[in-house]
Design a protein around this ligand. Structure first.
Ligand SMILES: [Zn+2]
Length: 183
């Protein structure tokens, strides 16, 4: 297949010379099970407490042990095992408010221009919503390619990342409730 017009965008992180599209594979039906469904263990249920910077009785906000190129990458998960499409209405309503409050807290960091929000869910069946902070002024990192740039950029020092995460957690505690976790 020909290269897409995306490769000509200024936000595309690779030179287009020599780039080729991989062949499109045939559909695999039925698809293999994800972690946390059809009896497979759920790593999200098994890792409660790990990386948590904020929680309340039903939700947790985490950061990762491995460094990221983006200044801050966070993940919001329900404590109980639900995917997006089977969240009860009360949790669905809370998710909407939490996404707004977390994004607002991240975008209030002085060096962050945008908080990108995404839910993929192809690997694990336990809902996990990603927040990726785009650093202010780095307009080349705008848009969907930030998820790729995150792997390419020099890692953000963990002490800087952790200070930002704690500020987000404290802002969330203040605006939404729950508790920031200070280790
Ligand atoms: Zn789970």
């Amino acid at each position: 297949m020909p290269l897409s017009r995306l490769t000509a965008w200024e936000i595309f992180p690779f030179e287009s010379d020599g780039l080729r599209v991989v062949p499109l594979k045939k559909p695999e039906l039925p698809e293999s099970s994800r972690r946390g469904e059809d009896g497979l263990p759920c790593d999200s249920c098994e890792s409660i407490g790990r990386g948590e910077v904020w929680h309340d009785s039903r939700w947790r906000l985490i950061t990762f042990s491995e460094p990221s190129g983006a200044p801050l990458v966070m993940m919001l998960l329900p404590k109980d095992h639900f995917d997006l499409t089977d969240l009860p209405d009360d949790l669905a309503g809370e998710l909407g408010r939490l996404v707004v409050h977390v994004a607002r807290a991240i975008e209030s960091l002085p060096h962050v221009a945008r908080a990108h929000v995404s839910r993929w869910g192809d690997g694990g069946a336990h809902l996990h919503v990603f927040f990726l902070a785009r650093p202010e002024g780095f307009v080349q990192l705008r848009g969907t390619c930030l998820a790729i740039w995150d792997d390419l950029l020099s890692p953000t020092p963990l002490d800087v990342r952790d200070a930002d995460a704690l500020n987000v957690a404290r802002a969330l505690e203040s605006s939404f409730g729950g508790a920031a976790i200070t280790q």
